[in-house]
Write a protein that binds this ligand. Structure first.
Ligand code: FES
Length: 261
């Protein structure tokens, strides 16, 4: 049953607040917009997503948008050769759209429902919870979590690959870009509310549960990380987009990957 709050009884954006309440939702909306437009464009590209030093037989960097590289593992499946990122990016998009923090971000910045505390969301826009389509699909988040863990494992594989320059250990700016993306994505996933629930959400008494002490320590660790979940959400969103851009521009010879050794 729909119910109303004071914010719903005012016109959209109506408020007595005098602070810069609009800056946060505006910045979030702009970041979302830039990322979505760039990711959509990148997802329909079928080249310039790997980079290796000139003359190398194997690539060193692969864009996170193309990991796992299905087109390499299943070269005979024609579908994977066209728009190879398309087969990967739906998962992080679904995971982020159903993320508890992601929901808050787009409810506020895109749907203005409401855009901030004590700011009107417009008359007649009641709240029905997430009990009907399409918002009930947000409950799939925990299932996307299981799949995203596989994706994180591939990211770590490509992390080590980013320090392998045709069989020799090395490090370039791209290695650090990929390292930052891998670490921030791992922190984003590890700080997920569903991970916290999986570890300790169903336990009433840790000292009575099997492996209770270890679970309590893990739950405390994830709970500590969880307080920074919004930071990891935005930081990993920016680094994953920048990693693709960096590798793409290096592959196109527009940027040069500086090697430290
Ligand atoms: S709640 Fe944000 S990733 Fe799960």
């Amino acid at each position: 049953m729909a119910f109303t709050t004071p914010a719903m009884r005012h016109r959209l954006g109506e408020t007595t607040r005098r602070d810069g309440w609009w800056i946060n939702p505006a910045a979030m909306a702009l970041t979302f917009l830039v990322f979505v437009v760039y990711a959509a464009w990148a997802a329909i590209q079928s080249k310039y997503y790997t980079y290796g030093p000139p003359g190398a037989e194997h690539y060193t960097y692969i864009s996170p948008f193309y990991s796992p590289p299905f087109q390499e593992y299943f070269p005979k499946v024609a579908a994977f050769k066209f728009f190879p990122a398309f087969w990967v990016v739906w998962l992080p998009i679904a995971f982020r759209l159903t993320c508890y923090y992601g929901r808050k971000a787009y409810y506020r910045s895109i749907m203005l429902s409401p855009s901030a505390c004590s700011v009107g969301k417009g008359a007649g826009r009641g709240y029905n919870g997430e009990s009907a389509l399409p918002w009930i699909l947000n409950n799939l988040h925990r299932y996307f979590l299981y799949l995203i863990v596989v994706l994180v494992i591939f990211h770590w594989f490509h992390f080590f690959q980013a320090f392998n320059f045709d069989g020799r250990f090395g490090m370039g700016v791209g290695s650090l870009v990929i390292a930052a993306d891998t670490i921030l994505l791992s922190l984003y996933v590890a700080s997920c509310h569903s991970v916290r629930h999986l570890i300790g959400g169903s336990v009433d008494c840790f000292s009575c549960a099997r492996a209770g002490e270890a679970r309590l320590k893990a739950w405390e660790g994830v709970s500590w990380l969880n307080q920074y979940h919004n930071l990891f959400f935005w930081a990993s969103l920016i680094t994953v987009g920048f990693a693709d851009l960096y590798i793409r521009l290096c592959a196109m010879s527009i940027w040069t990957d500086v090697r430290f050794f």
